[in-house]
Design a protein around this ligand. Structure first.
Ligand SMILES: NC(=O)c1ccc[n+]([C@@H]2O[C@H](COP(=O)([O-])OP(=O)(O)OC[C@H]3O[C@@H](n4cnc5c(N)ncnc54)[C@H](O)[C@@H]3O)[C@@H](O)[C@H]2O)c1
Length: 414
């Protein structure tokens, strides 16, 4: 084997996602030895010095700092993971591009479509590779679903139903983390969970071109949580209360545009952070003229599949992800032995670093983030106006790239 290509990594923010990106970089050479890529964890930044030190002591970075600019000016850093809270994404994304660093940024890339557009413009102008943390598209069952839809196995797609229902804030005393404050997060569950779901629908079915929407804030106030402490799953008893500034629930009616594999399909996309029962029940269901499929993150290694409508075997069959599904074989030798959430990020790290070394890996980049962000933004406008809103389309996304596999059925539904 040739000597590995070492890639210097910088990390900005050592919270949940920063730690996960780091584990993914460390696992990559073990799961994908044939790529000859070896990430070197150079420097991590967090304003909380204990977290910066954790990056050194536990995650294996060579240095820990409290000012993220030191990550961007370090000549040993070639790629940067941006895992800061949402309000810093546009600032850091543009600064990373200006410093000539490729970057893997968490979603939502911007608090608004305008902020995301600014990051896209900066990355395009600098010509740096980018990746976005839309991890659910890396599930092998989702890759398989996408493939069979593109092959036409479900026939013409009629309707799509997606629901990302979480309970991380179902408890009324669930902490008021930065996620609930408009200036720090932007929208609420629209940008947080519905952005993920929109990207999944774009990836599997194709671009959405119009939306109607409604939103609701279930809990008007919550106990405060200082930045950099605990997670958004925390519950604070007898804390000082402050207002929740964005929505807990969002529901969209959507239409898929003429460039989609599922051109002419309609559907519903919902997200909630306050459901009681679903823990992280993130589901996508696709219904076509010849068959249907359903996927749910809580059972992420399974796909429910119905193909055809003849004979006694009508109805869903449960299929376990296996070696012929996506990147499954890199993680487990046979169907039934399950992959986990962290593995999605290892796949994402692989796609990012492949694009960094110049190999197109059809992964989610900042253009896909802008496409998802525009749907979210249209949803905010539609909820306010109670009218349908057209979504401005984005060139160069993964959704648009893969639409030639199936003849367009646009106009077949009405
Ligand atoms: N892809 C996914 O499924 C997924 C899941 C969770 C979070 N996220 C996204 O990841 C991002 C981070 O979320 P999280 O859950 O890891 O947050 P977190 O609250 O766990 O961590 C955020 C960290 O940022 C640090 N920080 C704050 N200001 C900083 C600054 N100026 N410079 C450097 N560090 C700073 C905080 O001290 C904290 O350690 C968010 O954009 C979120 O939407 C994505």
């Amino acid at each position: 084997m040739n000597s590995p290509r070492t890639i210097g990594v910088g990390l900005i923010s050592v919270g949940w996602m920063g730690q996960l990106h780091s584990r993914a970089y460390s696992a990559l050479p073990v799961m994908y030895p044939e790529l000859g890529i070896k990430p070197r964890l150079v420097v991590a930044a967090d304003t909380n010095p204990e977290r910066a030190q954790y990056a050194v002591d536990v995650l294996g970075y060579e240095r820990g700092v409290t000012d993220y600019h030191e990550v961007l000016t370090d000549p040993e850093v070639e790629v940067v993971s941006i895992c800061a809270p949402n309000f810093l994404h546009a600032e850091i994304g543009a600064a990373a591009a200006a410093a000539g660093k490729a970057f893997w940024i968490e979603k939502p890339v911007g608090r608004s479509a305008d902020e995301t557009q600014a990051v896209v413009d900066a990355a395009d102008a600098a010509g740096v590779a980018t990746a976005v943390g839309f991890n659910y598209r890396n599930a092998p069952a989702i890759e398989y679903a996408r493939k069979i839809i593109a092959e036409g196995k479900l026939g013409r797609i009629n309707n799509v139903r997606g629901a990302f229902f979480a309970d991380y804030s179902a408890e009324p005393n669930g902490a008021l983390s930065w996620r609930f404050i408009r200036n720090l997060a932007g929208s609420g569950v629209l940008g947080d969970l519905l952005g993920h779901l929109t990207d999944l629908a774009h990836y599997v079915v194709g671009p959405i071109d119009s939306v109607a929407a409604t939103t609701k804030t279930v809990y008007a106030e919550r106990p405060k949580l200082p930045m950099g402490q605990a997670t958004h799953f925390a519950v604070v008893e007898n804390g000082e209360m402050a207002p929740v500034e964005n929505e807990d629930y969002a529901g969209l009616l959507v239409r898929f545009g003429p460039d989609a594999v599922g051109a002419g399909a309609v559907g519903t996309l919902e997200a909630s952070r306050v459901t009681v029962g679903p823990r992280a029940e993130y589901s996508l269901e696709v219904y076509g003229t010849e068959g249907s499929l359903r996927w749910n993150f809580e059972r992420m290694n399974e796909l429910e599949l119905a193909l055809g409508y003849d004979g006694p075997h009508v109805g869903f069959t449960r299929v376990m992800a296996g070696p012929d599904f996506g990147d499954f074989s890199h993680f487990q030798p046979g169907a039934g032995t399950s992959m986990g959430y962290d593995d999605f990020k290892v796949v994402e790290a692989k796609k990012f670093l492949l694009s960094f070394v110049g190999q197109d890996s059809a992964h989610a980049d900042v253009h896909d983030a802008l496409a998802a962000n525009r749907v979210v933004y249209a949803g905010e406008q539609a909820a306010a106006s109670r009218a349908w809103v057209d979504v401005e389309q984005v060139a160069g996304t993964t959704a648009a790239r893969n639409t030639s596999a199936v003849p367009s059925a646009a106009g077949a539904s009405a």
